[in-house]
Design a protein around this ligand. Structure first.
Ligand code: SF4
Ligand code: FES
Length: 319
């Protein structure tokens, strides 16, 4: 086994394997030390390096060469060195730069959270809440696109896309045929299928789960409910295409949405197939495991979310 190396992030020391990125090391510490990440996705190879929200300051490069790095670096793309000293929330420079990144991400992104299905589980919404300014300085016309149906289950609302490439990597890495990608460059970049095509394969629905904003949404769930009025419940079934482990989102006694299970960073644990996602919306299709653990700080936990409180509701209504 290779020797561990030591890195200090916001004054907390952690030992990690060589080749670990600063972001992964911060996730091993957990809590506020972890930089936000809009394009990195732990389950997707090659993701990261697109959005710059994970910027950190390297105050000392390594024990051998303790000089600071001249510019802030993307923590998802920078590997740690032994003796490296990193600042995230302890650096006013990082906080200021992150505000700038959020302002950039919001240049074209519409502030339509009140009508967006992603509201309540949108990473950009959280980021804007923490670092956003109360108004934009941008005076030019925003990029606007017509909404597009890519298949009968997925809606693309390009106005909201932040070009993180997660959906492209997902389609590339977990499906046989990728039929969409980023077309055009610079200000003309957009997610598209070039010649109008449906994204149509057994795992296409996963692009909805990985999208950090409301650019790719589930047409079977659109406008059905605000996510914080739903009750998430973990369930599984025997599936010959995927792991069959999902979260069911209940409105009363009806399953109104099925998604992959997500970790504390909002990234799916395991990708699921379209049959589980779109065709199994009856409680009787599933073995119910119990309420999904939702971070108390999440808006999804507001109003009703307390395990003790929710369990009898599930016992009574679902099981
Ligand atoms: S559609 Fe969503 S997942 Fe795809 S690049 Fe845009 S923001 Fe990222
Ligand atoms: S998460 Fe690191 S650049 Fe996007």
């Amino acid at each position: 086994m290779s020797e561990k190396i030591k890195v200090t992030i916001d004054n907390i020391e952690v030992e990690v394997d060589p080749g670990t990125t600063i972001l992964q090391a911060a996730r091993m510490i957990g809590g506020d030390v972890v930089p936000p990440a809009m394009c990195y996705y732990s389950k997707l190879k090659g993701s990261g390096g697109k959005c710059r929200t994970c910027l950190v300051k390297v105050a000392a490069g390594s024990a051998k060469d303790p000089r600071p790095m001249p510019k802030l670096v993307a923590s998802c793309r920078t590997t740690v060195m032994d003796g490296m000293v990193v600042q995230n929330i302890t650096s006013p420079e990082v906080i200021e730069a992150r505000k700038g990144v959020v302002e950039f991400l919001l240049i074209n992104h519409p502030l339509d959270c009140p009508v967006c299905d992603q509201a309540g589980e949108c990473h950009l919404q959280d980021l804007s809440f923490d670092h956003g300014k109360d108004q934009s300085r941008y005076e030019f016309k925003r990029r606007t696109f017509e909404m597009v149906d890519i298949g009968d289950k997925i809606k693309l609302h390009m106005n909201r896309c932040i070009l993180c490439y997660r959906c492209v990597f997902t389609a590339d890495q977990i499906t046989d045929q990728r039929v969409h990608g980023v077309l055009g460059r610079g200000d003309a970049s957009e997610i598209g299928t070039y010649i109008s095509k449906a994204i149509d394969n057994d795992f296409s629905g996963n692009v909805i789960d990985v999208c950090p904003v409301g650019a790719l949404t589930d047409k079977t769930f659109r406008f059905k409910n605000r996510v914080w009025f739903t009750k998430p419940v973990d369930a599984h079934r025997d599936c010959d295409k995927c792991c069959g482990k999902v979260t069911l989102w209940y409105k009363g006694e009806d399953v109104i949405r099925v998604t992959g299970r997500k970790d504390q960073y909002g990234e799916v644990d395991e990708f699921i197939c379209n049959t589980c996602r779109f065709d199994k919306k009856k409680t009787s299709d599933w073995e119910i495991e119990g309420p999904t653990k939702v971070d108390r700080h999440s808006v999804i936990s507001s109003n009703h979310y307390d395990e003790k409180e929710l369990l009898p509701v599930i016992d009574r209504k679902i099981l």
